[in-house]
Design a protein around this ligand. Structure first.
Ligand SMILES: C[S@@+](CC[C@H](N)C(=O)[O-])C[C@H]1O[C@@H](n2cnc3c(N)ncnc32)[C@H](O)[C@@H]1O
Length: 284
């Protein structure tokens, strides 16, 4: 069943401040660990989009997305996936792009996109009977991901698809090998968890979709193999953002320096952390 909240109730809350300048690293409004008050957050999200959009688009493309579909991009970030969905569904379809912080969505201008502030943890889902709902790297930031999956599943129309994507461990590797990656993985994951981010949420997604009553549930993990350099900006910024906490959790400065240097090293192949894409279908 769809919850009663409609789009108008989403828009009504859009003047509530979400991020406050913190002068530090970890101000959390709505508990999100990576709020935009950090100066390079937009750059980090843009780098994530460049890295992951082709993966997400290939997965969604296989589900039959077509003109006329109504889609919801939840936790839309800077909105690249919402913009792509809007192109795919054309003017006969529509896309709702929501986020707890909609400052990153001001560049979305297609006529078939509606932007609204929405907190997936604390608000009802918008009415809409969506044919596709996509949430990438969002559940891993929520305190109760199961409740969010149930909410998202309830907003599907019969025949609609829910596609979820999250990291399954901060497991970077390299060829030739770089031992610093193994040395910082544990401290990085503990630092993430201390900041309210579950970096192994990806392994939960298939179970979560099943428990939400969806059918045809499956998933796969993607790891990027690419030379060091620009492609790894998101990872470098992710380490920079949590640097002090990662050190606090036991990583040495030398290991952090070596890991960042390896991510920049164009003579190495960097093997990225696994990102799980999982999907489920609402039959009735
Ligand atoms: C790592 S970013 C991913 C952004 C985008 N989905 C992407 O993959 O490019 C996580 C996003 O989730 C949003 N977010 C965090 N907590 C949220 C909540 N409770 N409700 C809605 N969005 C939330 C953040 O504001 C941020 O835009």
């Amino acid at each position: 069943m769809l919850a009663a909240a409609g789009l108008s109730s989403l828009q009504r809350v859009s003047h509530r401040p979400v991020c406050e300048a913190d002068g530090g690293q970890y101000q959390e409004m709505g508990r999100y660990a990576f709020a935009r008050s950090w100066g390079r957050e937009d750059e980090r999200l843009a780098a994530l989009e460049r890295q992951l959009d082709p993966v997400s688009q290939a997965a969604i493309g296989q589900l039959g997305l077509a003109a006329g579909w109504r889609c919801w991009e939840a936790g839309a970030g800077r909105g690249s996936m919402a913009a792509w969905l809007a192109d795919q569904v054309t003017g006969s379809g529509s896309v709702l792009a929501t986020d707890i912080d909609i400052n990153g969505l001001s560049g979305l201008h297609q006529a078939n996109i509606t932007v609204a502030r929405h907190d997936l943890e604390h608000e009802d889902v918008p009415a809409g009977e969506f044919g596709l709902i996509h949430a990438r790297l969002v559940l891993e930031h929520l305190r109760e991901p199961a409740a969010a999956v149930a909410k998202l599943a309830s907003a599907l129309r019969a025949g609609g698809w829910l596609v979820l994507e999250d990291a399954d461990g901060l497991l970077f590797d390299a060829e030739p090998a770089e031992k610093a990656f193994a040395a910082i993985t544990g401290p990085w994951q503990r630092a993430a968890q201390a900041a309210g981010w579950n970096p192994v949420c990806g392994r939960y997604l298939v179970t979560g979709l099943q428990q939400a009553g969806l059918g045809r549930v499956a998933g796969r993990a993607h790891r990027t193999y690419q030379p060091g350099g620009d492609a790894w900006l998101a990872a470098r910024l992710g380490i920079e953002r949590l640097h002090d906490r990662i050190q606090h959790e036991g990583a040495s400065q030398a290991d952090l320096d070596d890991a960042v240097a390896a991510l920049n090293d164009q003579t190495r192949t960097i093997i990225g952390a696994p990102i799980v894409t999982a999907w489920g279908h609402r039959t009735s």
